[in-house]
Write a new protein. Sequence first.
Length: 661
Amino acid sequence: MNNCGGRGMGHGSAAGYLRRFLIVTVLLVPLALTNPPVAAFLRLPALALGPWIQLGLATVVFGFSLVFFRHAWHEIKARAFGMMTLVSLAVGAGYAFSVVATFVPSLGVQFYLEISTLVWVLLLGHYLEAKSSSAAGDALSEVAKLLPKHAHKLVNGVETEVGVAELAEGDTVLVKPGEKIPADGTVVDGHSSVDESLVSGESKPAEKGAGMSVVAGSIALDGSLTVTLSRVGEHSTIGQIQSLVASAQMTKPRQARIADTASAVLTFVALGVALLTLLAWTLLLGQTFAFAITLAITVLVIACPHALGLAIPTVTTIATSLSVKNGVFIKNLAKIETIRKADYVVFDKTGTLTKGVFGVAAVKSFGGVSEDEVLRVAASLEGRSSHVIGSSIVGYAEERRVRPDAITDFENVAGKGVSAVLDGKRCLAGNKALMEDARIALEVSLSASEQYSKDGATVVFIADEKNVLGIIAIADEPKAESKETIKKLHSLGLKVAMLTGDNQHVAASVAQALNVDTYFAEVLPQDKYAHIKKLQDEGHIVLMVGDGVNDAPALAQADVGIAIGAGTDVAVEAGDVVLTRSNPSDIVRLVKLARAVYSKMLQNLWWALGYNVIAIPAAAGVFAVWGFFLRPEIGALLMAGSTVIVVVNAMSLRRLDLARA
């Protein structure tokens, strides 16, 4: 970026810049006291031998500005004239003229204090930039910190401590309580609560045991885990996150490109205005060369758009860190404005708005039998079944703390259900065909079962030898967060659509339950993109949210594709944004983040540009008709003030609480 020593400098810690800034601050005190107007303002006597003391002190300060000249030389060689060129001209011209004026007193003016003030301001700007980057946290460094430095590798049961870089796919490691998991893998032994919040943003610890997958960077809290590694290094979750962040940092929002262009243009504008100022005040208005050069140097000093150079980078630095901490990865920062302007969010249903697995949606009992009794009979029979529906019923009974009882004479009826003897009676659990085969009277349950079927649920009948005891509706349930997410998106002014391959009844039921604005049912995965395009053709800016697998064409078609719940496969190519959790509420966080970031960028851009539009004419003496002149040292302080404003405004973004989105 072309700016006044901002991103163009690129080196140095906040502590280093602070040290240099403080040294120059100390030197400025005696330098100010050698300046009669300043000394008079402070009601202190001016130091004797003022010009010679100024020459010595200013020369030391000038040494701190040589870094600007080195970068200016690189700009000149590359023919990419930028702010380093401008500031070097300002500092160099002011210092050189002052040295000559010291030995030729008839010139009558020195700029030692003014030029030293400019160097002081530039060092302050670099310190503020480095400080903002430090406060925001370098995103790549923050991600790298998620991994431990060492791991306990197991070879033939013997524990050996090795560096994380030495691990390979297929290795087995031991993770002790309180330690971080070094790479993605599968638990082969042990049990522990695992904190995955640093990776996924999910605060609730997950229980992990044999056969379950674990993610690099998560922490085993209260137990040891033996893990066989499946993905290490750049292929692990942390490695992919680092790749995403690195890619994002190489992109720029549109506002950054505007700032780059404005900075480059401003360099030539400032040089042109400075030259015109010098010529106009000497040749046309008859002022002395010393007076004209003072105004010309003031133009160069005040035109240095440190604020413009920092306006966008400070915001994007903090935004990147904030997004990483919340499990939100914007792969292309240019998409921030698109996300901000979006007016339609299209969700894939299964696995995004819904859990993607069968669950018990409802239990209804008949003939005075309690729901818990229906569950008890169902769980007792289904405990022997390996079918996914049976597992859902058994799991639901456990949640309700309904205990199954022992059964005998279990029979699995292929495609229909199961039967067994419970409490001395033959009981059944299955579909309508199983009930009809057993000549069970269904009249009492038909109305309810038909309604559940229309809503897209699978109905399981529970019966004894004669009667239907109850029915259990099995369905792919909406996630707990889905309805609230859609409500919040509506409050943000966005409409919501749902895409699904399910039939019209199922789609209508889910759409009504979640209050989506529109839905598209019976859609094949390869045809989802067509519905996105239709919304775009109607003039909508569309965010598409899917799992990043069979939704790839739709994600690519959308104005912004968002891969949600990528988990350990975060580098989804089709998505512009990747979210590590399967939580639709993160879409609300994303929209709020994009709007806040865009607002901060716009505020900083307008301030930085507006400041220069007013300050440069003032420095050139345009307002002299009203007796107003802007001296170089005042111009330098104004430039410092504008820099402070944009940095502080950007840092206020850190107060954005996405956790409450």
